[in-house]
Write a protein that binds this ligand. Sequence first.
Ligand code: HEM
Length: 454
Amino acid sequence: MSDQPASSRRPARGGDDVHVPFIVASLLLGTFGGFTLAVSLPIEVLAGSLDRSWVAHAQVHGHLQAVGFAGLFVLGMGLRLAPHFARNEFAFQGLVRPSFILVVAGLLARALGQPLAEYPPFAVLLVAGAAAELIGALGFFTIFTATLGPGVRGLQPPALLLWFATFWFAVQAAFGAWWLITLAADGETILSAAENHALINMQVFGMVLSAILGVGMRTFPTFFGMPAPKQGAAVTGALLLATGVAAWTVGTVIDQPPLENGGIALLGVTILGAVVIFGAGGWRHRMAPASRNFVWALRPVLLWLGFVGLTLLLAGIRGLASGDAPSATGLDAIRHMFTVGVITLAIVAMAQLMLPEFASERIAHPPSQWRGPAFGAALSLAALLRGALPWADIGDGTEYYRMMAVAGTIALLAVAAFAFLFLRARRRHVAYVANLSALRSRGASLTMSEPRSG
Ligand code: HEM
């Protein structure tokens, strides 16, 4: 690392393509892993096979989706953005590739090993997978801590939130390794409900929500002309978010419903606060005409986020009043409003607004204006069927799983379509940049410019 003062350092440009393997791996694990299981799991129930293997596969689906699809995506975007968030150099670049390989190998090993962990070779695979994910997560934590350092010490909200995301990634990997190694040693295939929910809280609300809010805080003022959030309020929000997740997680593990419900309520309030901040600009978008249609994908993200905040707050208050632990099915429904309506839709929309691949596409082959509304409508329908209707207790057992199968199919098709668009845009971007540098090296007077996001 350089010893220049932070203020005079320029963000490194060596990380311009750093996101690509992360996004490819995220989309492969999502399309062929997590979202395929999202379709097959409810179909298996409708076909009458709800057994221990189903539960193990449900846990594999959750892990592949939360850490594989969403986690790898936010890590890739985070690595692009971290030097800019902290006005610092990209630290420990040499750790990126080994950490990435370890996390991907760990995800695959867990997915293969857990359902069959009663057999020793698969138990070994499960242990190796959990250990690889932990070492990889610690690698990323080191990279982000060193890169984001000046921003975190200066209490810059986007840097702080992105750092919290990698903190939760490392903490869940450490607990995951401990609990999965114990599971494998016992020849079991299913984590206890408390351990499983604790890991999911840290992954989904600790890691992914922190990253989404950090990126949103930095990009929304540019895209929508919203006033930049006040530093004090945003830092307080980041700390409350971490406190809410920690209280909920600890309360779940030590079986203390008041702590669990308090954490859930605090998380709900914090999310509602974030929605107010993000909605404050009135959404006067400043985006280029070719990007404006993505407003119709981002508005539903904010609506779903508001609904998730409200339902978490209600669940927490109800639990505090009754003294009972929160309902597992209620939380599963809220979690899916969040993972489908917020995480998946935000990934699809923000990637198309921010990645250089799509910026090149807008210059060379402007996309249809229907793309943003189509993704917004499809994934909102999936979030409605998988999260909102079950939360409202609409549909009996069979209808519930039928709605889930339809939701899974819609979400799988949407993510597969996005994967196709990304790979096509990547091919065009590489050709565009090659043409640009050929023109430059011939000394031609350039009328083409580097693609810019938004
Ligand atoms: C519409 C698409 C989806 C469908 C149909 C679906 C379906 C399911 C099903 C059937 C379960 C098992 C529920 C149970 O144990 O009773 C589940 C659990 C879960 N899902 Fe999804 N899912 C979808 C999308 C997602 C996404 C996008 C994510 C994350 C980014 C996600 C994360 C989880 C998690 C963390 C669990 C808990 C797993 C566990 O119990 O260990 N899901 N999902």
